[in-house]
Design a protein around this ligand. Structure first.
Ligand SMILES: [Zn+2]
Length: 92
């Protein structure tokens, strides 16, 4: 597990989300992410997608023109609690 996470995983004020404390047991939490498997079983970081899911005959779900943010997940090293964040990505 990396000691730091890329800027995409930081809060808007630049404060890293690392070094979080578990809200259930106060244990240390490690950053990570969930993986999705796409075409040809290619692994990709899971995305938060704005709005409610709408089924698409062609693509599975309609996600075109929606805000999409990579999801960062923290896992408690003691109890395993997971906490999810979809940090705002600063414009390039
Ligand atoms: Zn915990």
């Amino acid at each position: 597990m990396p000691d730091s996470i890329p800027y995409e995983s930081r809060q808007p004020d630049g404060t890293p989300l690392a070094n979080k404390v578990c809200p259930k047991c106060s244990g240390a939490m490690s950053p990570g992410f969930l993986i999705d498997r796409g075409d040809h079983n290619v692994g990709r970081q899971a995305l938060w997608v704005e709005g409610l899911p709408e089924v698409s005959f062609w693509t599975g779900l309609k996600i075109r023109n929606r805000l999409k943010i990579p999801v960062v997940t923290f896992r408690c090293q003691i109890c395993g609690f997971l906490e999810f964040f979809a940090p705002i990505i600063p414009p390039a």
